[in-house]
Ligand binder design. Structure first.
Ligand code: AMP
Ligand code: MG
Length: 438
């Protein structure tokens, strides 16, 4: 790819007085969000949600001292001196399997045949595994002999799992604020929990605007384009844990937009796309402005400079935040990742709101024309040198949605750099991780 001759500083850097940094825009946005209330859900439905209670164990785990091996429960003192050369012979007085209860104690000079997971009989303080006994000979004799030969010494506690060793009764096994992952779901089940209180998922209303838009499924007509933003945004909402509610397309009329927004305010968050750029004659801006505290911003980033944000008043209720994404499909996705994703995570009670970011060596240069933070669509791969390398996915125009589809990351050229050269390192926000990195 050929690039214009480079200088050390952006050539057309202009600091628009009203331009907000990405950080300032994000801080303003997040100040209007709060953690949502809790709901009680069946355990298996809590995956990815944040615990809203401490989970306390009402039992010991394991609940009783049990055997870690198939073998013989013994008194360690009886076999302290046994070895292959001088085995100790014990009288077998019974047996116990997992799920069973011992009906006999281990008195001095005796042993109980025990299976993994079975409760240790009274008197036993160690288990000698079959391999350290003459169990095979005994089995050949049809198990008829009532004597077992112990060929290895045992110390107290050997091959026993003590009651409460994993979790003690009354201990907090998961604390409020924990994100429920498969491991946490297993822990909650292991203490007998069937339901949990978790922060509920936000319901996010998605509104496309524009007279040019057709819904997928409609017959294509000249001069029109299919609405893709609602679909990529709905998928992003779901990906980050929200419940997307697509409200279709608002036409560029005051009535149409107002009707859709009246419906949209019944949700936790409203995301619109298009109609917010400065040179636009769209009615979106007028309608948003007419609805109250909604501002149009220029954010020092590329793509996705124009952004709208504010609160939609709700009669008799708490105002609902509205984020107006730019219409260009790439801009909509980039702005969503920077601003809508952290808002959704915040509502879900998550603490880590930043996008997972790595450093990669750029195999192509990123060019910054005008002092904005550039988010370049890249493919990150681990190269033969063992490091992450990133290359551009092609044309970086904000209308080239395939550049997003092909990417697994956004490589960043900071606003104060004119270029990141090929061979230089860049921070890359990861959208996905190639399987090999797991
Ligand atoms: P606007 O912000 O209204 O000037 O739109 C910017 C560009 O994004 C225009 O080319 C629009 O046609 C396009 N666009 C707007 N909304 C959508 C959408 N929902 N899906 C795909 N492209 C869109
Ligand atoms: Mg438009």
């Amino acid at each position: 790819m050929t690039q214009p001759a480079h200088s050390d500083r952006p050539r057309h850097r202009h600091y628009d007085a009203d331009m907000l940094s990405v950080e300032d825009a994000l801080a303003r946005i997040l100040s209007h969000f709060r953690v949502l209330e809790a709901e009680e859900l069946p355990l298996t439905e809590t995956l990815g949600q944040v615990l809203a209670e401490d989970v306390v164990s009402t039992i010991d785990i394991p609940p009783f001292t049990n055997s870690a091996m198939d073998g013989y429960a013994v008194r360690a003192a009886d076999v302290a001196g046994s070895s292959a050369g001088s085995p100790v012979r014990l009288k077998v007085v019974g047996g116990v399997a997992a799920g069973g209860l011992p009906d006999v104690a281990v008195d001095p000079g005796t042993a109980v045949r025990i299976m993994t997971g079975a409760p240790a009989p009274d008197g036993a303080d160690a288990v000698v595994p079959f391999e350290d006994t003459d169990e095979l000979d005994r089995r050949k004799a049809g198990g008829q002999t009532d004597v077992i030969e112990i060929r290895h010494a045992a110390a107290p506690g050997d091959n026993l799992r003590a009651a409460g060793m994993d979790v003690a009764r009354d201990a907090v096994v998961l604390s409020a604020g924990t994100v429920m992952r498969p491991g946490e779901i297993g822990v909650a089940a292991s203490v007998g929990r069937q339901t949990l209180r978790v922060v509920r998922r936000p319901r996010v209303a998605i509104v496309a605007t524009g007279d040019e838009l057709l819904e997928p499924g409609e017959t294509f007509r000249p001069g029109r384009i299919y609405n893709s933003n609602s679909y990529s945004v709905a998928a992003l909402v779901r990906k980050y844990g929200g419940v997307p509610v697509a409200l279709g397309i608002a036409r560029d009329t005051v009535e149409s937009l107002n009707a859709v927004l009246d419906e949209a305010v019944r949700h936790d968050f409203v995301i619109t796309s298009a109609g917010v750029s400065k040179g636009d004659y769209d009615v979106v801006k007028d309608v948003l402005a007419g609805r109250g505290q909604i501002a149009l911003w220029s954010v020092r980033m590329r793509p996705a400079k124009p952004l709208a944000f504010g609160l939609l008043p709700v009669p008799g209720g708490r105002p609902v935040p509205l984020l107006g994404l730019p219409g260009n499909p790439v801009s909509a996705v980039v702005a969503f990742e920077q601003f809508a994703r952290p808002a959704i995570l915040l509502m879900m009670g998550k603490k880590m709101l930043g996008k997972p970011t790595i450093e990669a060596i750029m195999d192509d240069a990123i060019v910054n024309h005008d002092g904005r933070r550039v988010y370049a669509r890249v493919v990150v791969e681990r190269a033969a040198d063992g490091r992450y390398h990133a290359h551009l996915t092609g044309d970086q125009g904000s209308n080239i949605l395939s550049s997003v589809a092909a990417a697994n990351g956004f490589a960043i050229c900071p606003e104060d750099r004119a270029r990141v050269e090929a061979g230089q390192a860049a921070a890359v926000q990861m959208l996905d991780w190639p399987e090999e990195f797991f």
